[in-house]
Write a protein that binds this ligand. Structure first.
Ligand SMILES: Nc1nc2c(ncn2[C@@H]2O[C@H](COP(=O)(O)OP(=O)(O)O)[C@@H](O)[C@H]2O)c(=O)[nH]1
Ligand SMILES: [Mg+2]
Length: 395
């Protein structure tokens, strides 16, 4: 059973009801007596400014993604696949060493790709200067292996050095599409063998991340993006990275699930049912991050109506009623129903629905109508609620 601390209930019980206009609310005396929905917007403006500031400073950081791998392993094509930028056309700027070429991303000058000349079998290793650069400047290292060739000794050494330096490294097993051209093995066998061979040759532990991809067909690229974003989240650079990559869905889904999990754990009801800062900040912050990932510098004017009309609007209130019904609540103080276990689930469902609606809203360049978004919100939130109703005692 969830036991939640609900200090805001005492607050909301004292508030008036003038601002409540929807059918549901006006026929439900319990709500009328307890909640002042106008307070939600007041709160939201302040929250918006704080959360927008956070997103802005996150976007002003510098992000350096380093590529390591032999010539022709597909480093350039991989960056094209991830970003959709014509990386090959971009002129490098002078790097810290002459071996490392730094490519700024068009229109995102604080993101740089550090390309290195390759881990040649003859040279046997990345130069000490290159390693120094990476150790000092790279936020993440992508070690690109050509699946057709496999990982050689220099890869193993380089990986060991990178790990020793504490830089996060992700192994990218590229050209997995070549499986279809092999005669002896079925494509599935080929892929399985390549994966286990590479793991073994590189001496990977279960904690080491490896992503099989094809920079040609784009298979595996969304998963790679999501994996990198999770690592970069530790330094708050995942928002920048999400803005950079073309396929952001998997990253944004992770954000939505993350926020949903937090909402569940906090067990407080989102706008307008509470003036609880953690949850509302969570929702406002989520919407702002999603907007920014899609390149929309969200202003109060477009994000606040979105949040208030969706989660705090009529649909949000209906959803809340649905939650109470789901738990067999038929009357009496709704605070007790919340305390009895609906709080976490309702908060989580609404956060989930809001995230899904925000994703569609910004994906479509804010061209989706509010009615359609409310429908997305309702369906996503209800589905989440149905699927997770038995988990209300978890956590
Ligand atoms: N089949 C296939 N070819 C690829 C893939 N990635 C890169 N290539 C090809 O491999 C060659 C080398 O790619 P490039 O990106 O220039 O490698 P780099 O030297 O590591 O930058 C090019 O002909 C690419 O078209 C892939 O995933 N599948
Ligand atoms: Mg290249």
């Amino acid at each position: 059973m969830v036991t939640v601390d609900l200090p805001y209930l005492h607050e909301t019980r004292k508030l008036g009801s003038e601002s409540m206009t929807t059918d549901f609310v006006s026929t439900d005396p319990t709500f009328e007596n307890q909640v002042d929905f106008s307070r939600a917007e007041e709160n939201a403006e302040q929250l918006f400014d704080e959360e927008a500031k956070k997103a802005q400073s996150a976007l002003q950081q510098r992000l350096v993604i380093s590529l390591l791998g032999s010539v022709n392993s597909g480093k350039s094509k991989l960056i094209n696949a991830m970003t959709g930028c014509k990386y090959a056309d971009v002129k490098p700027i002078a790097g810290w060493t002459k071996e490392v070429q730094l490519f700024p991303i068009p229109h995102m000058p604080n993101i740089m790709i550090a390309d290195t000349p390759g881990l040649e079998d003859v040279n046997s290793d990345v130069s000490a200067r290159t390693e120094k650069f990476i150790e000092k400047d790279a936020d993440i290292v992508l070690l690109v292996v050509n699946a057709d060739v496999g990982a050689t000794r220099p890869y193993r050494d380089t990986l060991a050095n990178m790990k020793a330096s504490g830089r996060p490294v992700v192994v990218v097993l590229n050209k997995m599409d070549l499986a279809t051209q092999q005669d002896d093995d079925t494509p599935e066998e080929w892929r399985r063998i390549k994966l286990s061979d590479t793991r073994q040759r590189l001496g990977l532990t279960p904690d080491d991340l490896m992503f099989p991809v094809s920079a040609r067909t784009l298979d595996g690229i969304p998963q790679l993006n999501a994996g990198i974003a999770t690592i970069l989240a530790e330094n708050g650079k995942d928002l920048l990275f999400a803005k950079l990559v073309r396929d952001k869905d998997a990253i944004i889904d992770k954000w939505i699930w993350g926020a949903t999990g937090i909402a569940f754990g906090l067990g407080v009801i989102p706008l307008p049912f509470s003036d609880s800062i953690p949850l509302t900040a969570l929702q406002v912050g989520l919407a702002i991050r999603i907007a920014n990932a899609y390149g929309v510098e969200a202003t109060r004017r477009d994000i606040l109506p979105f949040i208030t009309e969706i989660a705090a609007g009529r649909v949000g209130k209906m959803l809340f009623r649905a939650a109470l019904k789901l738990f067999g609540w038929v009357g009496g103080p709704w605070g007790e129903a919340i305390a009895a276990g609906t709080a976490g689930l309702t908060a989580a469902s609404m956060t989930f629905g809001l995230g899904q609606a925000a994703k569609i809203y910004y994906q479509t360049g804010m061209k989706t109508s509010m009615e359609d978004l409310q429908e997305v919100f309702r369906q996503a939130a209800e589905e989440f609620m149905r699927e997770n109703k038995n988990k209300r005692s978890v956590n």
